[in-house]
Design a protein around this ligand. Structure first.
Ligand SMILES: Nc1nc2c(c(=O)[nH]1)N[C@H]1C(S)=C(S)[C@@H](COP(=O)(O)OP(=O)(O)OC[C@H]3O[C@@H](n4cnc5c(=O)[nH]c(N)nc54)[C@H](O)[C@@H]3O)O[C@H]1N2
Ligand SMILES: Nc1nc2c(c(=O)[nH]1)N[C@H]1C(S)=C(S)[C@@H](COP(=O)(O)OP(=O)(O)OC[C@H]3O[C@@H](n4cnc5c(=O)[nH]c(N)nc54)[C@H](O)[C@@H]3O)O[C@H]1N2
Ligand code: SF4
Ligand SMILES: [Mo]
Length: 721
């Protein structure tokens, strides 16, 4: 009989979402007995969500690939690592030699940012590929946030974080942190933190086309017509200027462009936008006054306000609102972090601080951002002939067939590529098109540090987790695969052979050593003094629960970097305001239903639907619809309906609910596991349908090129008549 004494405890960070909760994994031998919240993690304080057990499920998943495979006429064939990596490099070099470097594209998916070693090595591969056709999940997500930060504060990663633990007034615009656990706002146990705002006498207002789980915790919820948030924000600014109730405070001397914004806002009085937003003018005035008069206030504007056709304007105006009310860089407002590994300070003044529109895509002419093109253009770059056409693709940690607009078109284009390779441990809707799949280890076999999420957290925190397991024999980590391909490219193409010093540097500077250096020479690091008190990776490894480094602190103007001022009216945003004014009068109101997305606590984008315990229970991929719309269309709860858009059509079950605004329907993303040829047995048994067979790759945020998922015009019809 075994006893508690055989039981081991392992503490680490859950890497599945941005909340970075501490987990305690209990093991007997190598068997995981339980995954619980770690009460000693000072940041998450024992909180976890149902997905934490997904760590065990993915780790043990019999469908997870454990060795490289090659697609053959007779099915997937196991091959060795060296052979697999060599073949990828050889094909890439051959295709680039024949058609130019841009003929090979790279797509990096979301889990890349949840692994420091994958993230650092993706940069190495990206450079070695020498292609301009670089894409990532950024342009179906937070690209407008980065663009606003770059143009306003001079750095793509200077992202203001709502200080929710101290704020007196929180405006939630297009985010549902109670389901998503927060994004660009790392805040474990966010529901508790939101309740605390009201507990101390503060207020929360949620503006969303759906009365979400977060709206249920708020003082007030306002429906808004999808895609019209920029009008609301301008109208709020209009009220502030008209009533002279703005007060930028101590930052005033560092702000340029206040008059320009005032002139623009004058075009959008609340009365003029109230029909397009469907928010009464009086409500807009109240909201503006509440925000401006609160002791401190923050606006948390996320996916709903970045993945829409005015995503750029929304993210810009949210920061204008912070600046003009004196809430930027003030406790309780929107603040900046001071992380131990400080990506901002390390790259300030270099091209890695970000750049925009240095070149444009071949077919549609959309701008690059920091060396990446918007992924909404990837399919057309593949299926439009001509010089520079994309003929090969490498994906890593992504599933763009399900996650990018008009995934069906992208999928057809993947079928016509000359070569494709994927770094992923599932054969899913995207990777099934690869010629070679290279499966990395899973998180429990790696160490972990949040390069990105400490940067986005509502407190300064730091934590490093050791691997729980040794990697299984004959497996490789993401970084070894990505850097392995990069190194092998140089073998097949002598022109890419690095200089000796670069070869040495690549060999010595493993991701772990880079992390150690970044911490040691970061703002809290030990630096050159070996016996000093500062942070080192070794010291951090002895703190398995992590360490709290205190609340966020005001840091402007110093943090802006030398000679940088706050730009309140960047030209690319200003140039898009006429388009917004035009939208005010027509296309936002109209007969079509408007489709929006939603997230579910037990789901994680497209890739955790193979966990039985996470997909069981009521079906989740349903079309939420208001009873009044349903009655008009002869649809009942559970009716099978067809949903059509310009891009395509799908069939799903309707679910009637008054929580959704009339005229709007909502569907979660990441589903659609009925495509043939995947190898995820549980997911295939719970397929759902892909919202991105409806979303339109041709409609994007006009400034940044980010995907516009919110507000897609659709028609809905009963299939049972
Ligand atoms: N459980 C779970 N957690 C996740 C994920 C997941 O898939 N599942 N994904 C993770 C990822 S990658 C991200 S980026 C984050 C995203 O985190 P969030 O930004 O919080 O995303 P959502 O939960 O989708 O909330 C978006 C909200 O915007 C509303 N909305 C839609 N269109 C509009 C609009 O036009 N205007 C306004 N005002 N609101 C609108 C929707 O109704 C929804 O309530 O979540 C992360 N966390
Ligand atoms: N309509 C609509 N579409 C959306 C969204 C939406 O709200 N609405 N949200 C968008 C957002 S915010 C995001 S971030 C994207 C996500 O889009 P993607 O990043 O393209 O897709 P994911 O579903 O996150 O797929 C992640 C893939 O990585 C693999 N994976 C998991 N862990 C690892 C690892 O450690 N290493 C490697 N190599 N692979 C790993 C998984 O098996 C899976 O195949 O979806 C976007 N798409
Ligand atoms: S909220 Fe859930 S998925 Fe996100 S880090 Fe915490 S336990 Fe993991
Ligand atoms: Mo995301």
């Amino acid at each position: 009989m075994s006893t508690e004494t055989d039981v081991r405890h392992h503490f680490r960070t859950c890497h599945l979402c941005e909340a970075i909760c501490g987990v305690e994994i209990r093991l007997r031998g190598n068997e995981i007995l339980s995954v619980r919240g770690d009460p000693d993690d000072p940041f998450s304080r024992g909180h976890i969500c149902p997905k934490a057990l997904g760590l065990k499920d993915v780790h043990e998943d019999p469908d997870r690939l454990r060795h490289p495979v090659r697609r053959t006429a007779g099915g997937w064939q196991r091959i060795g690592w060296d052979e697999a990596i060599d073949e990828v490099a050889e094909r890439v070099v051959a295709i680039q030699a024949a058609h130019g470097n841009d003929a090979v594209a790279l797509y990096l998916g979301n889990p890349t940012v949840h692994s420091y070693s994958a993230l650092l090595s993706s940069v190495v591969l990206s450079r070695a590929l020498r292609t301009r056709n670089r894409y990532s999940a950024t342009s179906v997500d937070q690209l407008p946030h980065h663009l606003a930060s770059l143009l306003m504060f001079g750095h793509q990663f200077l992202l203001p974080i709502p200080d929710i633990d101290r704020t007196d007034f929180l405006l939630v615009l297009g985010a549902n942190p109670v389901a998503s656990n927060g994004s660009l706002m790392t805040a474990p146990d966010v529901a508790h933190r939101l309740k605390a705002i009201r507990g101390r006498g503060g207020r929360i207002v949620v503006v969303d086309p759906r009365r979400s789980e977060t709206a249920a915790l708020a003082d007030r919820h306002l429906f808004i017509r999808p895609g019209s948030d920029a009008l609301l924000l301008f109208a709020m600014l209009n009220v502030l200027f008209e009533e002279r109730s703005f007060a930028p405070g101590r930052l005033q001397p560092w702000i340029d462009g206040i008059e320009a914004v005032e002139q623009l806002a004058a075009r959008f009085p609340p009365e003029a936008v109230s029909e397009a937003t469907s928010i009464p003018a009086a409500e807009i005035r109240t909201l503006a006054r509440e925000f401006a008069s609160a002791r401190s206030a923050a606006c948390h504007g996320r996916i709903g306000t970045s993945t829409q056709s005015f995503g750029g304007l929304c993210q810009w105006l949210i920061q204008v609102l912070h600046v003009m009310t004196g809430n930027l860089d003030r406790p309780g407002g929107a603040m900046f972090t001071a992380p131990a590994f400080d990506l901002v300070a390390r790259t300030q003044g270099t091209s890695q601080a970000g750049h925009f529109a240095r070149r444009r895509t071949r077919v549609r002419g959309l701008p690059e951002f920091s060396g990446e093109f918007p992924v909404a253009t990837l399919a057309e770059e593949m299926d439009t002939p001509g010089p520079g056409q994309v003929r090969a693709l490498i994906t890593s940690a992504g599933n763009p067939v399900l996650s990018t607009p008009n995934g069906a078109r992208l999928e057809r284009a993947l079928g016509s590529l000359e070569f494709m390779a994927s770094v992923d441990f599932y054969i899913n809707e995207t990777t099934r098109h690869a010629n070679i799949i290279l499966p990395p280890t899973f998180a429990l076999e790696r160490d972990h540090y949040d390069l990105i999420f400490h940067l986005l957290a509502i407190r300064n925190t730091v934590k490093y987790s050791l691997p729980l397991y040794d990697p299984a024999p004959d497996t490789r980590h993401d970084w070894q695969i990505l850097q392995g391909i990069a190194a092998r490219l140089a073998v097949h193409d002598p022109g890419r052979r690095p200089r000796l010093v670069d070869r040495l540097r690549a060999r010595l500077l493993t991701p772990k050593r880079l992390l150690a250096l970044g911490l040691r020479f970061g703002p809290r690091g030990a630096g050159w003094t070996p016996f000093g008190k500062g942070l080192t990776l070794a010291r951090l490894a002895r703190l398995p629960h992590g360490q709290d480094l205190g609340a966020l602190e005001p840091c402007l103007p110093e943090r802006l970097g030398p000679n940088v001022r706050i730009q309140l009216a960047p030209a690319p945003f200003v140039a898009d305001v006429d388009r917004l004014a035009r939208e005010m009068s027509h296309s936002m109101t109209g007969p079509a239903m408007r489709l929006i997305g939603r997230r579910d606590l037990r789901s994680n984008n497209s890739w955790m639907h193979n966990s039985q315990r996470l997909v069981k229970g009521p079906r989740r991929c349903t079309l939420l619809m208001h009873p009044a719309d349903a009655a008009r269309l002869g649809i009942n709860d559970g009716t099978r309906v067809s949903v059509r858009s310009r891009a395509g059509a799908i069939a799903v079950d309707a679910q009637l609910s008054e929580e959704i605004m009339p005229g709007v329907v909502s569907l979660p993303h990441g589903w659609g596991h009925d495509r043939p040829g995947t190898r995820q047995a549980v997911a295939s048994a719970h397929p759902g349908a892909s919202i991105n067979d409806l979303t339109d790759e041709l409609v994007v945020d006009a400034v940044s090129g980010n995907a516009a998922f919110s507000g897609v015009p659709v028609t809905v019809e009963s299939m049972t008549s």
